[in-house]
Structure formats: C-alpha cells, structure tokens
Design a protein around this ligand. Sequence first.
Ligand SMILES: [Zn+2]
Length: 398
Amino acid sequence: MNLLLYVFFGDTDFNSIRSRRVNSVFMYTSKFDKYSLGDEHPFKPYKATMVYELCYQYGLFDEPWISIVEPEPVGQEAMLEYHSREYVDALKDANGGSFDFTLLEYGLGTSDNPVFKGVFEFSLLVLGATLQGAHLISSNQADVVFSPVGGLHHAGKGFAEGFCYVNDIVIAIERLLKDGVGKVLYVDIDAHHGNGVQDAFYDRDDVLVISFHQSGETLYPWSGFENEMGEGKGIGYTVNLPLSEYTDDEAYVRAFREIYPPLVKAFNPGCVVAQIGLDTLKKDPLTNMRLTNNGYCEVISEIRRSCPKVLALGGGGYSVPDVVRGWTLAWATLNDLKPHDPYQGLIGGALVGYGNSVDELRDTPYRIAPALKKDVDRYLDSKISFIREKIFPVHHIA
Ligand SMILES: [Zn+2]
C-alpha cells in the first residue's frame, strides 16, 4: 500500500502524484463520518469507514499500485455544472440543519431527504470524491477508482430525491467527456432504477446508460421500464432491464451476461462509470431481490473486464454489515486480489462483527425455490427479448 494519504484541494492539479504511476485508487476520508442523515435514516455515510477498515484488515491496500486518496470538497460551482442555481441555493440554506417549508419545493426536508447539519458540505464532499476520481482517470493517473459514498443516482437537476442531494454521477460523466476520455458507458446495478442519470442523458448518444434494477412495478422510483429507451438521437442509448422480485444470483448474472457485454463491445466506451449499489442483497431491508455477494461479485468482475478504465461509485445498500463485506469483495474483485486475513488462526480467526475467516466475507450461496424461479425466469426472458429486439439493432448487434 502507498502509505501516504494524498490530499487534494478542489480543482488544483495533481502534480504531487503525477510523477508516480497510480493504477488503482480508493477514495476515502474519515470526514464522511461527521455527517448523519439521522439515526433512523437507512443511508449511512460511515459505511465508507467500515469498508476502508475491512479492506485494510484483509490486506487489500497492500499492493504498490494501490493508493488511498483523501478527497476534499469541491466548490459550489462544480454543483452548478448540472444543478440549477435555485436548488444549489436551497441546499446551501439547508446546511445549518434547520427546516423551512420553502425547502420542500426542492425535495429537501422530506423523510427520504431530511435537512441535516452540514448537508451542503456533505454534498460538496461526495461530489469532490467522485470528481477527483474522474480526474485521476481522465488524466491517466488511475485505471480503477472506487468512491464508496458516491453514486447518488436519483438526484434531479432542481431537487433532491431518494436519499440523493447531488448527482455526482452526471457531473462526473460530463467532465470525463469534456476531458476527452471518449464515450462513457454508465452501468447501474443498484436495486433502484437510476432515474436521475437517465433523465440527464435521455436524448444523448455519447453516453450509454444501462440500468439493472427491481422493476418500477414494485419499487421506487417507479420507473425504468424496458420501453424507456431514450429519445431523439438518444434512442437506444438508454437501456433498462427491470427485474422481478425474488431475482436471485443465477437469474441476475444471466441477465447481465446476456445484455451488458454485447452492448459494451458495440459502444466501445473510453470509460465505464459504474454505480455498484448493493441493495440487491436478499437481506436488504428496502428492496425485495434475492442476491448474495457471490452473484454481485460475478457482475463486478464482468464490469472490470469490460473496459480498461472504471470509475466505481457506491450507491445504495442498507443492510450495512452485508454491504461492507460486499464492497470489500468488490474492491478485491476490481483489483483482481484475493483477500487474506493475517489474524486467521492467531486469535481463533475471529474478526469481531464480520465473521470468522476470509471465507465468511462470502455469503452462503442461495437459490430461490422452484415455483418462484419459474416466474422470475419468465419475467426475465421477456425483458431480455425486448432489449434484443429493440435496442441491439440500434448498435448493430446481431
Ligand atoms: Zn438503491
């Protein structure tokens, strides 16, 4: 591991590490711990610290080509690259933590998006982490970046929504394009449809937006149906694969392998931005999918293989200890590393709170019962057929 924590200030340049070859970067600062959306709120920014610690524990920062970069908040101008001035002003007004009825117009002060102390600073920090990651990629200082607190895919241009106050993804994609990485492919494996990102690029053909998610028939944000496929020159550049409740590893991985690799190959992006939310797990309290981290890691592996440059952003995931294990495995997978536990056997193999051994980073494999499976497969087959029929021809995929 590179033991230095590099500190970046806003958009200043990166001379301090330009002379070094940085291949893989984990964006982390303990400052995320300062912020809380409330004790009862499912979104926990401190997840980042837990993932950081568990990765450290398992030796996943030990390679010389891996760095940990400490992000700094960006200035509010960066937020204005996508969000409206009125919304940014409202978010700034909310920073003190006191509610005002005028904020509701911007989606602020709801139970999903509570006003909390430092909400504006927190948003600038999340955005800072994602944009610094994007810059490391576009300036060829990194091939793979993971920012666990990024990936706020529901935020709209003029409003907060679905636990998301800033759409760091949209702003990062625009910057990557501007910085000349080539076309950008956005893939979203969060259990919820990536509606905010879809809206931003719906009529564009320079960004291919692919979202796999629990169907809008049964889950917020009630969108992401297969026939939402872009407009104007963007037709065929928005791809939605809604999945039924109870979708398990086998069905999910099959869907991913049938849809994702041919589209990546045809689109040939210069960078993949991946929102790798882990609320698809069967233990997640907010959704009704049946994945384990075994299927999830298969998908992470496909994403890593698909492009030399990958910006991975955390997103959702509300069964916190399970998400922490899953993202630790995701970091290992992104770097083609096997986690190793230096304490195994020394203290009875016990790692308090996380299980007993490396093997326990992995979930027990799980398959849904045959009666449910039949319905899941039928639903899935019809969605895959739709995409093959309507979207693949746009990209000349036979
Ligand atoms: Zn989600």
